[in-house]
Design a protein around this ligand. Structure first.
Ligand SMILES: [Fe+2]
Ligand SMILES: [Fe+2]
Length: 327
């Protein structure tokens, strides 16, 4: 059986593909400016400059929209952690280095535009937002690749993770735009989601090329990443509460994870049609198949629970309304 390639061998072998894909990305990426997406006329000074501090009544956003905006923005804010992850597992040389720099610069725009929007429109408490950013960035981001045994090629795990993660953030930004109930926010988040889609394509192409080069080894990484997948916001303040709200209201839930993120990528890589795995890869593919079956069942269970929860909440609201009108 052929031995696994080392990290360096993989990066060297895949460099020409990286170069093609960087060029493809640069020819498709559109220049855009965060300031064009922010309604500056809505802004005014805070108390420190003689104005008025934030008050919950000033926000036009629903609780769901607030939770989604904060989660997505804090995720973008944690860029230094992701940069470190990608920079350490890719390379600083040639096309790899160009990509790492370019991707980081593009990602930074996302945090800039979302924060400007939220502060100018007073959509969320800017003090709480800043405190959460401090906590989240200080904690940093722990990648699944960090727990790998010594000597495993971290590149494969990183590139598999970011493929799914970029697509997940695309879905999440897109749906957050819809619940904000503001055409300006929707347009801004559509713009951000379009960037995430291009990022996803770069990583998906790179991981696809790795699959062609070292099928068994790449599938090991994909399988581990999927079975341990967590949105990058894990660990941020209120992540569970906000994550539950987002899942409950269809911004990012288990069905979307399976049907809009996991399945389309696996299909693109032809995981279940390929015939280039050895017995080792076949075995991993079986494990992955079982995992996906379980995930499909979990989707149904989650939705049944969610429906019951939403029905209970609706009933409670009705009773409260009936109670207050009887008084
Ligand atoms: Fe982003
Ligand atoms: Fe991205």
């Amino acid at each position: 059986m052929a031995r696994d390639l080392t990290q360096l061998e993989l990066l060297t072998e895949l460099e020409p593909v990286a170069e093609q894909n960087v060029n493809r990305h640069l020819s498709l990426a559109k220049e855009w400016h965060p300031h064009d997406y922010v309604p500056w006329d809505d802004g005014r000074n805070f108390a420190a400059l003689g104005g008025v501090d934030w008050d919950p009544a000033q926000s036009q956003l629903s609780e769901v929209a607030k939770a989604a905006m904060i989660t997505n923005l804090l995720t973008e804010d944690n860029l230094p952690s992701y940069h470190r992850e990608i920079a350490e597992n890719f390379s600083q040389d040639g096309a790899w280095g160009t990509w790492v720099g370019r991707w980081t610069a593009e990602e930074n725009r996302h945090g800039i535009v979302m924060r400007d929007y939220l502060v100018v429109t007073r959509g969320v408490d800017p003090v709480a937002l800043e405190q959460a950013r401090m906590v989240h960035m200080t904690n940093g981001f722990a990648s699944p690749a960090d727990q790998l045994p010594e000597g495993q090629a971290g590149f494969l795990y990183s590139v598999a993770y970011v493929t799914f993660q970029e697509l997940a953030t695309r879905v999440s930004h897109r749906n957050t735009g819809k619940v904000c109930n503001d055409p300006i926010a929707d347009r801004m988040l559509q713009r951000v989601a379009a960037d995430e889609n291009l990022h996803m394509i770069f990583y998906r192409n790179m991981c696809g090329a790795a699959l062609d080069l070292v099928p068994d080894q790449a599938l090991d990484a994909i399988n581990l990443i999927l079975q341990n997948f967590q949105m990058p916001g894990a660990g941020m303040p209120n992540f569970r509460r906000n994550g539950v709200l987002m899942a409950k209201h269809g911004i990012y839930d288990l069905r979307q994870h399976l049907e809009e993120v996991v399945n389309p990528v696996l299909k693109k890589w032809r995981i279940f049609e390929r015939d280039d795995f050895t017995a080792r890869g076949e075995q991993t593919r079986e494990q992955l198949g079982l995992y996906l079956e379980k995930l499909s069942k979990d989707v149904v269970k989650f939705e049944e629970q969610r429906d019951r929860m939403l029905a209970r909440e609706a009933l409670k609201r009705e009773r409260e309304l009936a109670g207050s009108s009887a008084r």
